[in-house]
Design a protein around this ligand. Structure first.
Ligand SMILES: Nc1ncnc2c1ncn2[C@@H]1O[C@H](COP(=O)(O)OP(=O)(O)O)[C@@H](O)[C@H]1O
Ligand SMILES: [Mg+2]
Length: 271
């Protein structure tokens, strides 16, 4: 976390941070209310992220994804809630004197803002990701991929009819992300939705974002092991369909697209 408040942290989050400073916790850990459907619904409606929130699609380690609506338009609402994980509670409970403890809301807001920003860049780069809609505090909305009844299945749970085409599309998405200085970092059949016969990439919190590092001492080459891991996961996944590819050479090909002198220009992102 930067020391100075980032512009994407809302006034409300800053108030939150201030409160936790005042109670001696220096903004990192504090008692927080549980996230429930009704608290999320109330907050999403109050902040105009959604006009209704219907239910949970998935409750993962750090975030819960809800099915929400903006009028008739279905949305996926992702709510970061590190504080609700057993992991976050375990180590910190003693220090906090018991009760529910975890990361404060501005830390979760940082993660939500970061994922939203990366999703936005991926979307503008033409990568098939759920169209990002809005971000507020520890929550963001994006296009809901699925039908009226349920969310689209994960790639790992479907039988793919044209595996070569889908494989090529996923690899092209990995290449396109890299061209805008992003490596997904957790790519597998678990983080790709199969919707309208196309692969859609989701879940970017582990992403490596080189755009923000270009002016520093790191180079794009630092990301090779992570890029290679993503590509290897995909190549291994498609072996069951008889597709043979060499992860190392795909990785090299991907990296050759960008030279170290290429820099990230945020002006190209203006809508
Ligand atoms: N835009 C979306 N449309 C439909 N379902 C989604 C969408 N985003 C996420 N999901 C569902 O929520 C689950 C968890 O989302 P994900 O972003 O992968 O979070 P986690 O960090 O919990 O894995 C996904 O596996 C998928 O089933
Ligand atoms: Mg996931």
């Amino acid at each position: 976390m930067p020391n100075t408040p980032a512009p994407y942290i809302s006034k409300r989050s800053l108030a939150h941070r201030q409160m936790s400073k005042d109670d001696g916790q220096r903004g990192r850990l504090k008692d927080l209310p549980e996230i429930t459907l009704s608290t999320v619904r109330a907050e999403a409606i109050a902040t105009q992220l959604a006009t209704d929130v219907h239910g949970t699609i998935s409750a993962g380690k750090e975030a819960t994804v809800f099915y929400a609506l903006w009028r008739d338009f279905p949305l996926a609402l992702k709510v970061y809630r590190l504080h609700a994980t057993p992991h976050a509670k375990k180590g910190k409970r003693k220090k906090m004197g018991g009760g529910k403890a975890g990361f404060s809301k501005d830390v979760m807001s940082y993660w939500a803002a970061r994922e939203f920003w990366i999703l936005d860049r991926a979307f503008r780069a033409g990568v098939k990701v759920p169209t990002p809609a809005r971000h507020i505090d520890n929550m963001f909305t994006a296009r809901f991929l699925g039908d009226n009844v349920s969310a689209a299945p994960l790639l790992k749970d479907v039988t793919i009819e044209f595996p070569k085409r889908i494989f090529d599309e996923i690899i092209e998405s990995v290449f396109a992300l890299y061209r805008v200085f992003i490596i997904h970092g957790d790519l597998s059949g678990y983080n790709i939705l199969f919707f309208n016969n196309e692969p859609w990439l989701i879940d970017f919190p582990q992403a490596i974002d080189f755009a923000s590092r270009m002016g520093r001492h790191r180079t794009l080459k630092d990301g090779r092991p992570i890029l290679l891991r993503d590509i290897t996961n995909i190549v291994r996944f498609f072996e069951r369909y008889g597709i043979v590819a060499d992860p190392e050479s795909l990785c090299d090909e991907c990296m050759e697209q960008v030279s170290e002198s290429d820099s990230f220009d945020p002006k190209t992102l203006i809508r």
